[in-house]
Design a protein around this ligand. Structure first.
Ligand code: AMP
Length: 589
């Protein structure tokens, strides 16, 4: 397939932020795409080469890209640097430079999507000495045959700056329309995506086998399953209203969620955001084969840091010491952990997600051999508010955050947040002073001590209905010098030239970020706001909701994706609950 087709669609997509138009462009693109290339196209439009969990990073630096452009065009690096400084966009700068070159070049071989993809793949795999030179060689050989437009998008993918603003949902809409003629089939694609986390594989299946193939789509080992999530509730009473008269309650431990995939000798660990984390926990990968008594399995557990002397649970933050590339053995002894199992999704060649909670828990208990390192999350069956209250107290005393409440007769719903699982956290019982997990979408440069960092951040919730990130507040308090530094290191590479179309805000931030990082914030209350966009028009026409006196708690939630952030619905329910609390207080006074 000619790469020019893709580059032209990229160009059109960059010029719009309207979801319907973006979907239409994608449909036109898929219609021109041969089946064997469709998965590659799906990865490339997301600026990737493979699904995220495979951890394949292109990691090309600007300097290296400039050297390659120089090699291909014969134009001095200094000139390229000037064009880049003027433009701020390497892709565009390359196009300008190569425009000068093509006037003198006669013969150009047209380039295909397959060639671009394979070359990028080779670049991603290169490491060690001599790899820089090889990368320059590969890139410049592509640029030699590329038109200026094609070159600009090759560079954007290489540098990770391709920002088309398309969410996975939009890609799935377009796949459903193209290959089944019915946008409603998006739901079936979503199911397939939820159990594979691989949009390329889903795309290829529907292209080759049609919607029937998608209906038969199965869980596969070592393809992480998107986790089931819980709705939050604020009181025992609300639990009873939503759960009925018999349900399971488990401790909600404050750790890192892990999905363990095991088959014979091979074992792989995935985080909640589906990143491969096996390297951070060599103790888990080493010990699991003896603990898990099955030929193959996919299990879920919470990894919790512990105090080795007392066995007490320690807060989530302690686990961050494990997130390092080097000297991991030292971290393993200094920061000991336990693995606390709570679910089984696959076992001995069979999908277990269709089983209900009771059946899954029984299966889990039959295949995991408990010891000091591996345990089951404490669980009991509750029937009334008293049962919850008692278990809640026990769980808090044991150092957990609260409770997870799970319906007994329900299957495991991959990738969905619903009322089959609820969470009751300690702080949710306190009406105001609640914490929210918010997405960092923009930054404002600091002054004084904060020069060289983002002194204030613009934050958003996640709106599930529109798949966007409406702004809720600016936060400038609660930061230490260390946390400002750490946030700068994480956020700087996420800077974009153009605001991602999924960000809904009228603020003029100094810089915009890809909506990816989630941080925890507390606030004194939720107020109506003419500026912020959360729950716009829901409470009052023309008005949204905002946080008053927001403060960063110090928790950077690296384990969460932007779509795991607090939702508009949660904010509305907190707003309503807070107003009720204020009303009740006024009545009492
Ligand atoms: P939250 O991060 O507040 O949305 O809560 C969901 C997270 O709680 C999950 O992603 C798990 O990491 C964690 N968790 C702790 N205990 C449990 C449990 N018993 N069942 C499910 N998730 C749990």
């Amino acid at each position: 397939m000619e790469y020019s087709i893709l580059a032209e669609v990229f160009q059109k997509m960059e010029s719009t932020t309207k979801r319907l138009e973006l979907t239409q462009f994608l449909v036109e693109l898929f219609e021109k795409t041969p089946h064997e290339v469709v998965s590659k196209i799906v990865y490339l439009i997301q600026g990737k080469l493979r699904p995220d969990f495979e951890g394949i990073e292109l990691g090309v630096a600007e300097k290296l890209a400039m050297k390659a452009i120089s090699k291909s065009s014969g134009i001095a690096i200094k000139k390229i640097q000037e064009a880049y400084t003027k433009d701020g966009d390497m892709g565009h700068a390359a196009a300008v430079i190569l425009e000068q070159k093509t006037q003198t070049t006669f013969l150009m071989e047209s380039i295909t999507v397959e060639r671009v993809y394979e070359t990028l793949f080779k670049i991603a795999k290169l490491e060690g000495s001599g790899s820089q030179d090889m990368k320059i060689k590969y890139i410049s050989s592509l640029l030699n045959d590329a038109s200026p437009l094609e070159a600009s998008f090759i560079l954007k993918i290489l540098l990770g700056t391709l920002r088309l603003g398309i969410a996975e949902n939009t890609v799935m809409d377009a796949l459903a329309i193209t290959y089944s003629g019915d946008k409603q089939n998006r739901k079936l694609l979503q199911n397939a995506y939820n159990v594979s986390s691989d949009l390329g594989k889903v795309a290829e299946t529907i292209a080759v086998e049609g919607i029937e193939g998608i209906k038969k789509f199965k869980i596969s080992l070592f393809n992480p399953i998107r986790p089931m999530l819980a709705d939050r509730v604020k009181s025992e009473k609300e639990v009873i209203e939503k759960m009925g008269n018999e349900f399971a309650i488990e401790y909600k431990l404050d750790g890192e969620r892990v999905q363990i995939h095991i088959a014979g000798e091979r074992i792989e660990l995935f985080s909640r955001s589906l990143e491969k984390i096996s390297d951070y926990y060599p103790d888990i990968t080493e010990k699991m084969p003896k603990i898990i008594q099955a030929d193959d399995a996919i299990l879920e557990a919470e990894i919790v840091a512990i105090n080795e002397n007392t066995g007490d649970f320690l807060p989530f933050q302690e686990l961050m010491h494990r997130r390092r590339k080097y000297k991991i053995e030292k971290a393993v002894t200094e920061y000991p952990i336990t693995v606390n199992f709570f679910d089984v999704l696959y076992c001995n060649g069979k999908d277990c997600t269709e089983l209900n909670y009771n059946e899954r828990r029984r299966k889990l208990e039959s295949i995991v051999k408990q010891n000091e390192f591996a345990k089951f999350i404490p669980m009991t069956i509750a029937k009334n508010e008293n049962d919850i209250e008692e278990f809640f107290e026990n769980s808090i005393n044991a150092g957990s955050e609260g409770l997870m409440l799970k319906m007994l007769d329900k299957p495991y719903q991959a990738g969905s947040r619903g009322s089959h699982w609820l969470k009751l956290k300690r702080e949710y019982r306190n009406e105001l002073g609640d914490s929210l997990d918010l997405v960092v979408v923009g930054g404002f440069f600091g002054k004084g001590r904060r020069t060289g960092s983002y002194g204030t951040l613009l934050l958003s919730t996640y709106d599930e209905n529109t798949d966007t990130f409406p702004s809720i507040c600016k936060v400038g308090t609660g930061f230490t010098d260390d946390s400002l530094d750490q946030l700068y290191q994480i956020l700087n590479p996420k800077t974009t030239i153009k605001k991602n179309p999924r960000i809904n805000s009228e603020m003029e931030a100094d810089v915009w970020f890809e909506p990816e990082l989630v941080i925890e914030v507390v606030a004194s209350e939720i107020t109506l706001s003419p500026i912020h966009k959360v729950a716009k028009d829901e409470i009052r026409k023309g008005t949204g909701l905002a946080l008053r006196f927001p403060k960063f708690t110090g928790k950077i939630r690296l384990e969460k994706t932007a779509e795991d952030a607090s939702t508009d619905e949660e904010v509305i329910s907190l707003y309503k609950g807070q107003n009720k609390a204020v009303r009740d207080k006024n009545l009492i006074q």
